[in-house]
Ligand binder design. Sequence first.
Ligand code: ARG
Length: 348
Amino acid sequence: MSTNQFDKKSEAWSALFSEPMSELVKRYTASVFFDKRLWQADITGSLAHAEMLAAQGIIGAADLASIQQGMAQITSEIEAGGFEWKLDLEDVHLNIEARLTQLVGDAGKRLHTGRSRNDQVATDVRLWLRSEIDLIIPLLGELQGALVDVAEKNVDVILPGFTHLQVAQPVSFAHHLLAYVEMFSRDAERMSDVRRRTNRLPLGSAALAGTTYPLDRERVARSLGMVDERGEPQVCQNSLDGVSDRDFAIEFTAAASLCMVHISRFSEELILWMSQNFGFVKIADRFTTGSSIMPQKKNPDVPELARGKTGRVVGHLMGLITLMKGQPLAYNKDNQEDKEPLFDTVDT
Ligand code: ARG
């Protein structure tokens, strides 16, 4: 079944290698068990690349058709949970490419013409993050809407305003809540701003120095929706930079950290407000927890946990920015470590 394609990574390498990779190194360097999360972006990016290769006459129309058909099958296999992810094939990119080649033969190998995993992974992470940002921005809008609803019902409710946590001047509870609406609106602005710089195409950078194939990068950018407000295609201008920098991921994590800091401040207030000493608000029973040994207690576990998870996201910002700081140009394997913190930031 696998005679005309590589089943093991080392078979794709040069004759320089006289022995197979150690099992320990294989496990240490593999990323497939977390980066398979990028599969959809990987296939989308590959299809755009393949269409461009065909349009430029670099591969034939028959090859393109085979690639499209193979990718459609792989998509259904992954969606149905039947795709076999192999540690031996290191990452999501090699797993999909090997399966494609197994399904459609040499056309599968030609897909990688003028491309490297270095510009491929940078493209995948950008596409994936862009779609996550597009989910996060409306969520921030919903959160603001909920705060505005509560504010509208509480315009005449007076709350002590604090400075130094000392009672200072009376304020409307609505006014207090609307302070958070402002914070979340800046968070959404920051997310849109990060999206703009994330939405640029590294493909065409190849391993680090570009390629002699006559690629049409603008065409790929357009088909992936990597365009600015005026519809102009956005491509990374420098190949060394395109494959190696993860500043867009760092920026995202920084924007997410600020957003979590705002959530954390609000959580802290809810926790204070519902304590017996303040007694300003009640949180519905279904959102609190109790204690069997101290039946008088109602615990604000949800805001406490939100406050706690802020540390986790800020930690990912520190992780990613430190990951970048010592790296010489261009791509280094260090960058494989960008994924888990980024994924966890989005999930959190
Ligand atoms: N799994 C790798 C990563 O996430 C893909 C790129 C690997 N490229 C390479 N030449 N080893 O960074």
